[in-house]
Write a protein that binds this ligand. Structure first.
Ligand code: FES
Ligand SMILES: [Fe+2]
Length: 390
């Protein structure tokens, strides 16, 4: 191993090897329930693109085990309501998507009707009863936030500041025409691992040489087991920026060439960088390229199951251009996501072993360490005290 002194002080690389999280946090149903309560239910969770939500249609979504409904009114305003009737608790929306009749949400059980804000407006078949105040029986609501055309919901009464969530800042995608992009392809799968296993894998490239043959060909620095040159010995800040892609490539497609016109308003630095990652823990990450954008959603399903959804977003002109080759775009990242999913499942199978109580992180796993510290902080558990060097 390289001596830490070979690294620049501004390098993110760790100069110690922290302990990893307890193994039972990846399998134990009680711990899983605690994470849903303390992390998933208190964070902003991505639930879909605003442009993919039809108006006057209920869509069921689930966050932290809670059954919810998304609704867009005729003016385009999006709300999230709990999918439980205030009468005796029946589910209101029984299907993944349900068209509304007469701009009302009507309970299928005894037909109480609510307006699109959740206000109770109609209680049929019963006499006027003193002491029953309709205005006190509206549907429970959840907070909604729109960011770059993505819809986020937070179940907490007092949600965290959304702008503090994306790791490199809420403005990181400002030069991309995010609101105008349309979903050209979507891929969903359930992988057999705890949600944290997938995020830990996302947060390091130490696995890249062994797991991602096509990705390390496209991004040669990944072949060295690091995410960027800043993790290499001898690196110093201020070096001339170079594309991390192999010679001649511009973007993450099978042939390395853009799938349509490049976005007009990107800076030279954004073009040279070839990919801009924005991580919105614990729900999604976005990768913006010069020609398209990809969003990957991570949704816990059970202690050892996680749903992954990848969405590829394009300008409408790109999708409709003659000769547009969707497979050239989708196949590249789909392969990487499949490889990451298989690696995560392999990790999960191994960490069930009774002899494995916890692991040890290596210096390049500084973002896994940051993620695990974040999890500890959210759960109110003691942090690992030795921080990376100042
Ligand atoms: S439970 Fe909904 S109207 Fe009775
Ligand atoms: Fe990976």
């Amino acid at each position: 191993m390289e001596q830490p002194s070979a690294f620049h002080p501004a390098s993110p690389i760790l100069d110690f090897c922290p302990p990893s999280l307890p193994a039972r946090w990846y399998t134990d149903p009680d711990h899983y329930a605690r994470e849903l309560r303390e992390i998933q239910a208190k964070s902003w969770i991505y639930v879909g693109r605003a442009s993919d939500l039809p108006a006057l249609t209920l869509r069921r979504v689930e966050i932290a085990g809670q059954n919810l409904m998304l609704i867009k009114d005729e003016k385009g305003e999006i709300r999230c309501l709990h999918n439980t009737c205030r009468h005796r608790g029946s589910e209101l929306c029984q299907h993944s998507e349900q068209k509304l009749k007469a701009k009302l949400i009507t309970c299928p059980y005894h037909e109480w009707s609510y307006d699109l804000t959740g206000k109770l407006v109609r209680v049929p078949h019963v006499p006027e009863t003193p002491g029953f105040d309709k205005s006190a029986h509206g549907l429970f609501t959840a907070h909604v936030k729109l960011w770059n055309g993505f819809i986020f919901v937070c179940l907490a009464d007092d949600p965290p500041d959304f702008n503090a969530v994306p790791d490199i800042g809420a403005k990181a995608l400002d030069n991309w025409p995010m609101e105008n992009l349309v979903t050209g392809h979507r891929m969903t799968s359930v992988i057999k691992c705890n949600w944290k296993v997938f995020w830990e894998n996302y947060n390091e490239c130490l696995h890249c040489p062994g797991i991602h043959p096509t990705l390390i060909d496209m991004v040669p620095v990944y072949g060295k087991g690091v995410m960027s040159a800043a993790e290499m010995p001898g690196w110093a800040p201020g070096a001339d920026a170079q594309s991390p892609l192999k010679s001649g490539a511009r973007t993450w497609t099978v042939n390395g060439q853009p799938c349509g016109p490049e976005f007009a308003n990107l800076t030279d630095a954004e073009r040279t960088a070839a990919f801009t990652f924005v991580t919105l823990m614990p729900t999604m990450y976005v990768v913006a390229h010069v020609d398209y954008v990809r969003a990957v959603t991570v949704r816990p399903v059970s202690p050892e199951e996680t749903e992954l959804t990848a969405e590829w977003l394009f300008p409408a002109e790109t999708l409709s251009a003659p000769g547009f080759d969707l497979a050239n775009v989708v196949d590249f990242a789909a392969t990487v996501i499949r490889e990451d999913g298989e690696a995560s499942e392999m990790n999960q199978r191994g960490l069930r072993n009774a002899r494995f109580e916890r692991g040890t992180l290596m210096p390049q796993e500084f973002d896994v360490f940051n993620f695990q510290q974040w999890v500890r902080r959210k759960l109110g558990e003691p942090l690992v005290s030795k921080e990376p060097r100042p």
